[in-house]
Ligand binder design. Structure first.
Ligand code: FMN
Length: 225
């Protein structure tokens, strides 16, 4: 992997850096990566601090109007979405800090995904394809999800697996950002609310895993880890 890579660094935590586990993990990942590949580029999108607005009726009308038929107000309504999509297109690796809020993703991140899922830009829709009319347009990107949660047991087989509305939802939408399921890497801190030994171990394990993953991906490319 020699060509210059572009990382899209997204933080969805509403907390400031010193209070946020996920912000610390994304910073560590980027820092480790850049120490190995200082020539690479980082696009920063802090949606925790500057939340992405929810889509509304005008947005949907604009998005589903063909580009040639859009009025100037429709073009304006889609300007943020276009910018966010351009950032995804420009990136090779998306590094996302994602806290669990009320068993799902923060509203700011759902807002970002809703702005990214754009007909004609990130997916096409054709009923001629039968039962699978949606086809992603982007491909070949890697997604690194650095998450934290107060409770534990959200992985398959865990005591709260049935309550996990975060990881499956992100995986379901990843094709809109050009990411295949096998190119999603997830590292998670659990037990944050318990503040016990399990929590301390989980933080230490996540920090070590982030450093190892950043090192491997930076050295060998997206299928390395
Ligand atoms: C508004 C809010 C909702 C939360 N909901 C959950 C939840 O449903 N399940 C859980 O395990 N932890 C929950 N937590 C705990 C967070 O996931 C945990 O504090 C995590 O460390 C937040 O990420 P951050 O440290 O990067 O801000 C919640 C925290 C907040 C602030």
């Amino acid at each position: 992997m020699t060509a210059t890579q572009t990382l899209l660094h997204i933080d969805a935590s509403a907390q400031l850096e010193e209070r946020s586990h996920t912000r610390k993990l994304t910073s560590s990942f980027i820092e480790r990566w850049m120490s190995q590949r200082p020539q690479d580029r980082v696009i920063r999108r802090d949606i925790g601090r500057s939340p992405i607005p929810a889509i509304d009726q005008n947005w949907i009308t604009a998005a589903f109007t063909t580009p040639e038929e859009r009025t100037s107000s429709m073009i304006e309504r889609l300007a943020l979405s276009d910018q966010l999509v351009d950032e995804v297109i420009a990136s090779d690796i998306i590094v996302m800090g994602v806290p669990m809020y009320n068993y799902g993703m923060p509203a700011a991140l759902k807002g970002w995904i809703d702005q990214i899922a754009r007909i004609g830009r990130t997916f096409s829709f054709d009923l001629g394809r039968g039962d699978v009319p949606i086809e992603p347009i982007l491909s070949g990107k890697t997604l690194v999800i650095l998450s934290a949660r107060g409770e534990f047991g959200f992985d398959p087989g865990g005591m709260r697996a049935h309550m996990n509305a975060l990881d499956p939802a992100l995986a379901a939408c990843a094709h809109y950002f050009g990411v295949a399921r096998e190119d999603i890497h997830t590292i998670t801190i659990e037990y944050q609310e318990f503040k016990d030994e399990r929590y301390r171990r989980s933080v230490a394990q996540a920090e070590a895993a982030v450093s190892a993953l950043a090192g491997q991906l930076a050295a060998h490319g997206r299928r390395a880890a």
